[in-house]
Write a protein that binds this ligand. Structure first.
Ligand code: GA4
Length: 326
């Protein structure tokens, strides 16, 4: 599947490249959500990698395909049509520019709020895209909550919904993103280097769920900083731990640094649900997780404060660094 319109790179000469990595992430933890040991595997994966793959998730391939088709239709529109849905401040269509502080990548995208209490209308989005997105986001919120409940159970942090309530709350601050990484076959001048689609970063929220078509590109950083490529799997989901869940668990679960490399031949289309808490929520280690005498590794902040400060940073900045106790 190839999306026809191709943005022009010359206008963005500052898009970064990186050396090709041949490291394929072969030990990727795969969690069958229906397996009795799922919660143990999830917590192990979140401690070691902050990342895992989910199978047996119960989300129908039809609902995913419907949404992907609509997304492809949108990204295939002529550039001036797509621009009518932008710029993303913070919601809407964006092309190459990521966030407000000068980051760029070989990507175009649509960013939406996934709040339960009303949506922010983005012009130029078809009725079918809205409705498939609503349906999909509902499944993602449910999956994120199920995973957070398994984590709460396994870590014995009090009521099962201790974490999931943050995403169920009608004021939760969840987001949804559709990314399109166009092919760049005419840019072979890069000679053995890869074009960065979405630069390395951690997600500020609690948890993110990524699904892409069968085109690879996602890479994660292991604990020692080595980058590994995650083999694509269009029928599974990939789950990332975000900064807020790292803080709520006082560093037990690890927020994973990740990036996307744009492929040269094929379009990559991904859809990501970001589970964020209400703005007023204090992001501090849960009292029930702390052992006797254990101190918080972080200074106190609300999600509002963290989000505000995140939007002042560059993509690859260590955002949590500001809040780490020295
Ligand atoms: C990373 C995770 C999500 O994609 C996102 C991104 C946001 C944006 O694209 O506007 C940010 C980035 C993300 C973190 C730092 C700031 C904000 C771009 C950027 C440079 C939607 C989010 O919530 O934070």
């Amino acid at each position: 599947m190839v999306v026809v319109s191709q943005p022009v790179l010359e206008a963005f000469p500052h898009i970064k490249t990186c050396r090709s990595t041949s490291n394929v992430f072969t030990e990727i933890p795969v969690v069958d959500l229906l397996h009795p040991d799922a919660k143990t595997l999830i917590v192990e994966a979140c401690k070691e990698f902050g990342f895992f793959k989910v199978v047996n998730h119960g989300v129908s391939m039809e609902s995913i395909a419907r949404l992907e088709d609509e997304a492809v239709k949108f990204f295939s529109l002529p550039q001036p049509e797509k621009e009518k849905s932008g710029p993303p401040n913070p919601f809407g269509y964006g092309n190459k520019k990521i966030g407000p502080n000068g980051d760029v990548g070989w990507v175009e995208y649509l960013l939406f709020t996934a709040a339960t209490n009303g949506k922010v209308i983005v012009p130029g989005i078809s009725e079918s895209l809205w409705s498939y997105m609503d349906e999909y986001v509902t499944s993602m919120r449910n999956m994120a909550c199920e995973v957070l409940e398994m984590i709460a159970d396994e870590l014995r942090i009090g009521p099962r919904d201790m974490l999931s309530r943050l995403l169920r709350d009608e004021k939760s601050d969840c987001l949804f993103r559709l990314n399109h990484y166009p092919p760049w076959s005419d840019l072979q001048a890069l000679s053995g280097r890869n074009l960065i689609g979405f630069g390395d970063h951690t997600d500020p929220q609690l948890i993110s769920i990524v699904r892409s078509n069968n085109i690879s590109g996602l890479q994660i950083a292991l604990k020692d900083g080595t980058w590994v490529s995650v083999p694509a799997d269009h029928s599974s989901f990939f789950i990332n731990v975000g900064d807020s869940l790292q803080v709520l668990t006082n560093g037990r679960l690890r927020s994973v640094r990740h990036r996307v490399i744009a492929g040269s031949l094929n379009s990559r289309v991904s859809m990501i649900f970001f589970g964020g808490p209400p703005l007023t929520e204090k992001i501090v280690p849960l009292a029930s997780i702390m052992e006797r005498g254990e101190e918080s590794l972080y200074k106190e902040f609300t999600w509002y404060e963290y989000k505000n400060s995140a939007y002042k940073t560059r993509l690859s900045d260590n955002r949590l660094g500001l809040y780490e106790k020295s």
